[in-house]
Design a binder for this molecule. Structure first.
Ligand code: GDP
Ligand code: MG
Length: 247
């Protein structure tokens, strides 16, 4: 099983990769980790595959690149090696129960660079977990936005994508989030009351979500407390043996 964690910088991908890997191991599974972030300094897990052995963003910054240029250049340099990485990841997938992919800090690096897209397109049925942090959810439109973003990732990477709210240990009332994210009818009824142009747009976009979005449940996880790990494990397993039906 290959599970890739994708999300904006700071959404908790690296922490979750380490914590979920530890959880799987404690439950008797064998786990491999792949770090695909050229910009990370320290990792809370020991990677079996690590793009930093070929290139790091900071060595490119020493060559004179700025922080963004260094990141882009690092993936330009990795691109000719994408087949070698694929081979390595596939070999690990053969040997272990789970291969966890920790993707670049900045999500756009993975979604917009050919390295990320080629890698994901050529892996056998990986499950993508789209992580978003609760602090980006402030108004009803934001909930519509994250549901759509999950779909956009699915479209771009060509992989089944499950939205997952991270850091649930930091929210006081999880039900307040769940009622919007789990129940599209409820979300839509709230959006209908939004008078702004953005509210109207969100309402119209969200009305088509039930038709467009594959029936999947939303995950709620905390790398700090392990909440939701059982759900993530179940869902990964269902995806693996059943490909597609994640309701
Ligand atoms: P990444 O950029 O997506 O890889 O995010 P990181 O894993 O580096 O996490 C960014 C920050 O969020 C760090 O300070 C983590 O300690 C914190 N963090 C990650 N997961 C959790 C979580 O489940 N709960 C809390 N409270 N903080 C978290
Ligand atoms: Mg990271």
């Amino acid at each position: 099983m290959i599970v890739a964690f994708v999300g904006t910088a700071g959404s908790g991908k690296t922490t979750l990769t380490a914590a979920f890997g530890r959880y799987l191991k404690e439950n008797g599974h064998s786990v491999a980790y792949a770090n695909l972030d050229t910009g990370v300094r320290k990792l809370p897990y020991r990677p079996d595959v690590d793009v930093r052995r070929d290139v790091t963003a900071w060595e490119l910054m020493e060559e004179g690149y700025g922080p963004n240029g260094a990141i882009v250049e690092s993936y330009d340099r990795l691109l000719p090696k994408v087949s070698a990485y694929l081979t390595e990841i596939l070999k690990l997938e053969d040997e272990r129960d789970y291969v966890l992919l920790d993707t670049p800090g900045q999500m756009e690096t993975f979604l917009f660079h050919e390295f990320g897209v080629r890698l994901m397109e050529n892996l056998p049925e990986p499950l993508t977990v789209y992580l978003f942090s609760p602090d980006i959810l402030r108004k009803p439109e934001d909930f519509c936005f994250v549901r759509f973003f999950g779909l956009m990732i699915e479209l771009r990477l060509g992989t089944t994508t499950v939205p997952a709210m991270s850091k649930v240990d930091t929210v006081e009332r999880l039900e307040d989030y769940r009622k919007y994210l789990d129940d599209l009818d409820y979300l839509n009824s709230r959006l209908r009351l939004e008078p702004s142009m953005q509210g109207l747009l969100a309402h119209r976009m969200c009305s088509v979500l039930p038709e467009l979005a594959p029936p999947t449940r939303i995950l709620y996880v905390s790398a700090r407390t392990g909440e939701g790990f059982d759900d993530l494990e179940t869902l990964s397993y269902e995806h693996y043996c059943n490909c597609g039906d994640l309701t």
